[in-house]
Write a protein that binds this ligand. Structure first.
Ligand code: AMP
Length: 454
């Protein structure tokens, strides 16, 4: 649930949004008292059948903003679903996000008789094909798997009445544009289309012109009350000392009880997880090399608190909706500011406070500079930790140094007895994926098809 503070600006409740009783009942049961800004601004138009271009990130309540009108459309346009046919389609970039949306549809639609299915790559398609064979009211899918099954004639899209493209900017980044175009070609043009994106770069505006018909446009930024509750710190540390620093941070501060650690590579994630497990710290890892069932199982353990630490790569964590993450640790700093913002946004959800710690070695100093420039302010430096490396703090030039140079600098100081002082408390602010100083969206990496989810 979102914090009350995040919806304070909204005056009226859900009853003014023209939603049907069976949906309002769920909202009451879920204790959604007030619509979030995106819900308030979008739902009245969406229930009238208008197209939408929504600029909103995860955490703003965007899933309900599209799911509730979609379910209402289904209820108002009841018809028997034909075998292999799909009545509404939601496209999402990653398996995790698709599974999450599907779960939301199940919750919001629990008083409606709807058949739904979710399909994504990385698992055998047998069960997905079986679910599709009966026909579905709602299909949530990643583009790659959808196109595969479409080509195998396991489903048909000629009866789709509502199409949602969620995290469209991410889908473009992941190289899904050709797949999306192929998919849209076989969906009737007489349909309602909703496109959501965290930023609105030129490609998205172009895409919206191609796929949307006279859309309303709604832009929301994450509620500042939530955002302000992330305390961000950078810890300068020699690369060799990162494992020891992580160990020290996790051992000394028990208030770090649900922590998401990011590494740049899959192997890095496995290495960190293995080490922590050796130290008897309950840990799971999720990344693209893990099977889908293994990823879902790991997520489930993390959500339920059976493991304290989840180590993830950027792709695997996209759209991750886990409440109560107390800390995000950037074991490796991301090259892209957008990933930094997404990573730290996994904490301080649902009105809670959160802390983001970024380990920065000499080679990552340039990434740090870019992040600080693009979010419009420097991060606080934590000098109190036992592995603080002043030479990195003072380093002028960015870029990764050759290993020989790195080793020549010698070992950092040892000792683990000092308090790290990582307990949640002070409020700091951070920027969303808009560049604060310029107000422009942060540059996004161009298409990298190898990052696809399916
Ligand atoms: P989303 O941005 O769709 O990922 O939603 C973020 C979280 O906010 C989810 O856990 C939703 O269940 C919750 N949420 C969405 N809308 C509301 C609302 N109007 N009131 C309270 N919680 C909400």
């Amino acid at each position: 649930m979102l914090a009350n503070a995040s919806v304070q600006a909204v005056q009226s409740g859900f009853e003014t949004l023209n939603l049907i009783n069976s949906i309002c009942k769920v909202l009451r049961e879920e204790k959604y008292v007030l619509p979030t800004p995106i819900q308030e601004q979008a739902i009245p138009y969406l229930v009238e059948g208008r197209d939408l271009l929504g600029c909103a990130q995860t955490g703003t309540g965007k899933t309900a903003a599209f799911a509730l009108p979609l379910l209402q459309w289904l209820e108002k346009n009841r018809e028997i679903v034909r075998p292999k046919s799909v009545r509404t389609l939601i496209l999402a970039p990653t398996r995790e996000l698709a599974a999450q949306i599907s779960e939301s549809i199940r919750v919001y639609g629990r008083y409606l008789k709807i058949k739904q299915a979710v399909i994504y790559g990385g698992v055998r398609p047998t069960l997905q094909i079986r679910a599709l064979s009966r026909g579905v009211d709602v299909l949530v899918a990643t583009p790659g798997r959808l196109l595969d099954l479409l080509n195998q004639r396991q489903l048909r899209l000629d009866n789709v009445g509502v199409l949602v493209l969620d995290e469209a900017d991410r889908m473009l980044d992941m190289g899904f544009l050709p797949d999306i175009k192929k998919i849209c070609k076989v969906i009737p043009t007489k349909r309602q289309t909703m496109l959501f994106s965290a930023t609105l770069p030129a490609e998205i505006v172009k895409l919206s012109k191609e796929f949307l018909n006279d859309p309303i446009q709604v832009t929301v930024t994450p509620p500042s009350s939530t955002v302000k509750k992330i305390e961000q710190k950078v810890l300068f540390v020699d690369r060799e000392n990162k494992p020891a620093l992580l160990e020290s941070v996790l051992e000394e501060d028990q208030s770090i009880y649900r922590v998401l650690i990011f590494t740049r590579t899959k192997h890095g994630a496995d290495r960190v997880a293995k080490r922590l497990i050796k130290l008897k710290i309950p840990t799971e890892a999720i990344h693209g090399n893990k099977s889908q069932p293994a990823r879902l199982k790991a997520l489930d353990k993390f959500r339920s608190g059976r493991v304290r630490v989840l180590v993830a790569t950027d792709i695997a964590s996209r759209g991750l909706d886990v409440d109560g993450i107390t800390h995000v640790i950037n074991y490796d700093l991301p090259k892209e500011t957008e990933n930094y913002v997404h990573r730290i946004g996994r904490t301080a959800r649902a009105g809670m406070e959160g802390i983001a710690l970024s380990f920065c070695d000499a080679g990552e100093k340039s990434y740090l500079r870019r992040i600080e420039t693009e979010i419009g302010r420097p991060l606080n430096v934590d000098q109190a930790h036992p592995f603080h490396d002043e030479s990195i703090a003072n380093k002028k030039n960015g870029g990764r140094k050759p290993d020989s140079e790195k080793f020549a600098r010698g070992r950092a100081r040892g000792g683990k007895s000092r308090s790290n002082g990582y307990s949640a408390g002070k409020n700091k602010s951070f920027s969303s994926s808009q560049n604060r100083s310029s107000g422009k969206p942060i540059n996004r990496k161009k298409n990298t098809r190898n990052k696809r989810a399916s």
